[in-house]
Design a binder for this molecule. Structure first.
Ligand code: NAD
Length: 266
């Protein structure tokens, strides 16, 4: 329960979905949690809910793709709570398109939020971890960084980039007692997934599309955000003290299958 006691944790994209589940779980594990999100109002609501449940949380409006916004947000957390011990870099956006129909603005925005955002957050947070003599960074990538599907050229590039970046960060900062790990979720029931189900399927039958996508996973369903958060909290905590540079699939077996004979029956 107190795996993150006395730790200061920053979670990005924390107002909704996987980030919100992570922020709640970190607070329950004893961390003081900074809820960073571009949607400042939703971030304030979540921080208020965490405090209402007895946890410690502050909300900071932050666009992770904006260097000024990131450095101001990290500085405000570190000044209030004396440092930064844990960073869950999770903010991300999804856009669909091939290399031909993805325009440059879309490419720049997706790479800017998903990949540069994690770079900027780490750049601002790592010096505080060095000062503390310890730190743990967890990055939310995706199974789409490992394997692919059609029509996700910018998103897949950003997620593959995160995995490569995390590995080199793990090597660069191991001697400073800073661990860097990646989670690769399959489909997770969040506002992003439901938006995608509306874009790609029948807008009136989002539940059916989500269930259909769930059946593609060997476990036969999509994940709950809390199931990803469990793994994030483990990786963030000292229970994972010898784990760094790892890429952990949280995907109901999706990336295990070359051919899944059970898929037709689900
Ligand atoms: P979501 O859209 O439900 O929530 C994302 C949160 O990030 C929102 O609160 C949003 O306001 C915030 N955000 C967006 N742009 C931001 C920015 N520039 N700066 C700060 N905050 C920003 O998404 P989710 O499904 O919870 O996804 C979280 C992460 O998990 C993303 O990186 C996503 O790519 C990844 N992921 C999701 C799934 C899935 O099926 N849901 C699967 C694999 C990976």
């Amino acid at each position: 329960m107190d795996d993150l006691a006395a730790r200061v944790a920053i979670v990005t994209g924390a107002a909704k979905g996987i980030g919100a589940a992570s922020a709640r779980a970190m607070a329950r594990a004893g961390a003081r949690v900074a809820v960073l999100d571009v949607d400042g109002e939703a971030g304030e609501r979540l921080a208020g809910e965490i405090r209402g449940e007895g946890g410690q949380a502050m909300a900071v409006a932050c666009d992770v793709s904006d260097p000024g916004s990131v450095s101001a947000a990290v500085a405000s957390v570190a000044q209030r709570w004396g440092g930064v011990d844990v960073l869950h870099s999770n903010a991300g956006i999804q856009r669909y398109g091939t290399v031909v129909d993805t325009d440059e603005d879309t490419w720049d925005r997706v790479l800017g939020v998903n990949l540069k955002g994690a770079f900027l957050m780490a750049k601002a947070a790592v010096p505080w971890m060095v000062r503390a003599g310890r730190g743990s960074i967890v990055i939310t990538a995706s199974v789409q960084g490992l394997l692919s599907q059609p029509n996700v050229v910018a998103y897949a590039a950003s997620k593959g980039g995160l995995i490569a970046m995390a590995r080199t960060m793990a090597l660069d900062h191991a001697h400073q007692n800073i661990r860097v790990n990646v989670v690769c979720p399959g489909s997770v029931d969040t506002p992003m997934l439901r938006w995608a189900a509306g874009e790609l399927g029948d807008r009136k039958r989002v539940d059916d599309t989500v269930s259909h996508w769930g059946r593609a996973h060997p476990l036969g369903r999509v994940a709950r955000p809390e199931e990803v958060a469990e793994v994030v909290v483990f990786l963030a905590s000292d229970r994972a003290s010898f784990v760094t540079g790892a890429v952990v699939a949280v995907d109901g077996g999706l990336s295990a299958a070359l051919f899944d004979p059970g898929a037709a029956d689900r």
